[in-house]
Design a protein around this ligand. Sequence first.
Ligand code: SF4
Length: 408
Amino acid sequence: MLKNVQPFVAGYRFGSVGVAHNGNLVNYRSLRAQLEESGSIFNTSSDTEVVLHLIAISKARPFFVRIIEACEKLKGAYSMVFLTEDKLVAVRDPHGFRPLVMGRRSNGAYVFASETCALDLIEATYVREVNPGEVVVIDKEGEHNLCLMPHPEPKQCIFEHIYFALPNSIVFGRSVYESRSKYGEILATESPAECDVVIAVPDSGVVAALGYAAKIGVPFQQGLIRSHYVGRTFIEPNQSIRDFGVKLKLAPVRGVLEGKRVVVVDDSIVRGTTSSKIVRLIREAGAKEVHMRIASPPIIASCYYGVDTPSSEELISNRMTVEEIREFIGSDSLAFLSFDSLKKYLSSDSPNFCYACFSGNYPVKPTEVKVKRVGDFLDDGLNGSIESIDGGWVKAQSEKEEKVEHPV
Ligand code: SF4
């Protein structure tokens, strides 16, 4: 909903505060219920608004202690930046699910962003990551660092490296480009295919495909061209729009594909419908064989920390074996990056990552009801189940009617 677009700016008794939040709180419903119980009124259905209310009701002084007090009540993923009239405050949750980096411009100004590629765009220099559980306060005296939250083992989102971040970014202290290239190389070693050409599903499959092609010594070519007019497909609200999106987004290059044995590398498979469309596109362009290679392990569980994957029932790898998925998408062969190899590659850094979407082991237990978004209508489950949507209006529903989705 438009009203959920960030940053949020709110006025309270000591002035105004703006907030931008990357991540998702798993205890949002109970926090909101408590606040509503004591009279708070909400404008949006976003979990971020809860944080503003917690700051407003805190009695602590100075301002950043209010933020800390509010953050101590939050569970889940949050990398947040607050702006008041005289302070800039950046906070990262104790698990560090989502990235947050600090940079400086040539005039000395401090900047914060999720990815280092944003710093490059404004000619800022990367300084360092905001550490998990760290609070950085910037004011006219300079930078103050506080670590007031407990520090368990970090659980940084591995999916940032697989799909989300841009390849020119450094995320969690690692180059995204190097990671993806390595995933492609490992995939080529584990699951080579006799082929004439390696192509990628643009854009997030490109670097892994380059790594795959280099390892097996077969040329990488652009067999699919992406139109930049439409956004990412897997978050499109319903199936018909998703399918339309794939057709609009990707166009095959007949000259590259015709008569060839093709390896196509993608970053992940979510529902499987995008992959089946892609395989069909490549075959229709004249490919003799299509071998699908996926540069991540199978996604079997939904994310509760801010990546908009669908519910686990909709995830194809949660319902089918690799062979059944191959048959569904219509490729001649299919292979995923193995989970063990991914962890082996990360080596001693491996325990510092969240892999819940591949394993179902959630570092912070999602205990609350989760209802996934359908288009613009629902995004937090507060208004009822998906079935309760009636012509764009959401019907109220009693507690016991609500469908509880238990994590794997
Ligand atoms: S569940 Fe998956 S997508 Fe979500 S934070 Fe963990 S690794 Fe990232």
